[in-house]
Design a protein around this ligand. Structure first.
Ligand SMILES: Nc1ncnc2c1ncn2[C@@H]1O[C@H](COP(=O)(O)OP(=O)(O)OP(=O)(O)O)[C@@H](O)[C@H]1O
Ligand SMILES: [Mg+2]
Length: 270
């Protein structure tokens, strides 16, 4: 690796060490065994530095959620390494795994299925504080979190079923923010929402990223949303990264033929 300052690599601004927060190197992932196994990710190299915002774009079946599950340590790569602050996740001890669980939080696509309908909003948002053993006044923290995502603190005693899709996604975001993560990972966070609510949640994510200086990794098939929220974009096609760069460049001057087709399919803004 060339450590010269004129290197065009992103500067790992907020970390004290130079290791990226998250890194995948030479990652392959196969589902199934033996003759029935299919390779869905082929040699992925990806680094996420502190303060970065990365969008992962690709069609259905491209391997986006698989990539996120590896990044989150929810499944192990068939080959290659997944590292958190330079250390391999699969070899991590319990203490380090707990740090990781706290530092990297996930927001799912569908707030209907990701929130337990039998738990009150207060309990849902408080749960990660308890399970991760985070000290402090949890009740106050929950009120603060609800306010941060634009919900009334009075909502703590209500159930997810009493809320709209957009409000539920705000609850899910509040829960993800509870342990003060360094990285928010979101898998299609707005695709289950209707268009007007979608814009509000995109606005909320953008504001949280700016205000909290949070690192954001977001999967979306919606290239426009990635362009709005993420400074860098990678394009995933059939389990391979076919293009990567500054979102502005990827979205305005795509080099790869697949990216060009993907962009040509997006309706133009008036
Ligand atoms: N648990 C699994 N077992 C077997 N195959 C799987 C599993 N999960 C995903 N796959 C397959 O791996 C490929 C990639 O799936 P993945 O869910 O990562 O795609 P995606 O890009 O997230 O798609 P979408 O946009 O539809 O969510 C698909 O062909 C899918 O059928
Ligand atoms: Mg998916």
């Amino acid at each position: 690796m060339d450590p010269t300052p004129e290197d065009d690599q992103p500067v790992p601004g907020l970390t004290t060490d130079d290791a990226p927060l998250l890194a995948l190197h030479g990652v392959h992932k196969a589902y199934g065994r033996g003759a029935r196994s299919t390779l869905v990710l082929h040699g992925i190299d990806l680094e996420v530095h502190a303060g970065a915002s990365l969008g992962i774009v690709g069609e259905s079946g491209a391997g986006k959620s698989t990539l996120l599950s590896l990044l989150m340590g929810l499944s192990a790569p068939t080959a290659g390494t997944v590292r958190f602050r330079g250390r391999e996740l699969r070899r991590a001890r319990a203490g380090r795994m707990r740090d990781f669980r706290r530092a990297v939080q996930l927001v799912f696509q569908d707030p209907r299925s990701s929130l337990d309908p039998r738990m009150t909003v207060g309990r849902i948002v408080r749960e990660p504080l308890e399970s991760l053993g985070i000290p402090g006044a949890h009740g106050e923290r929950v009120d603060e979190l609800l306010e941060a995502v634009g919900l009334e603190p009075g909502m703590v005693s209500r159930y997810p079923g009493e809320f709209s899709g957009g409000q539920r996604q705000r609850i899910a975001i509040a829960r993800a923010l509870a342990p003060e993560p360094e990285v928010l990972v979101a898998d299609e966070p707005v695709s289950a929402l209707d268009v007007s609510v979608r814009a509000q949640i995109v606005e909320l994510l953008g504001r949280l990223k700016a205000e909290l200086g949070m690192t954001l990794v977001m999967v979306s098939h919606d290239i426009a949303i990635v362009g709005q929220l993420c400074e860098e974009t990678v394009i995933l096609h059939d389990g391979r990264i076919v293009e990567r760069g500054r979102s502005l460049d990827v979205l305005t001057a795509p080099q790869d033929a697949y990216t060009q087709r993907l962009l040509a399919a997006v309706p133009r803004l008036p």
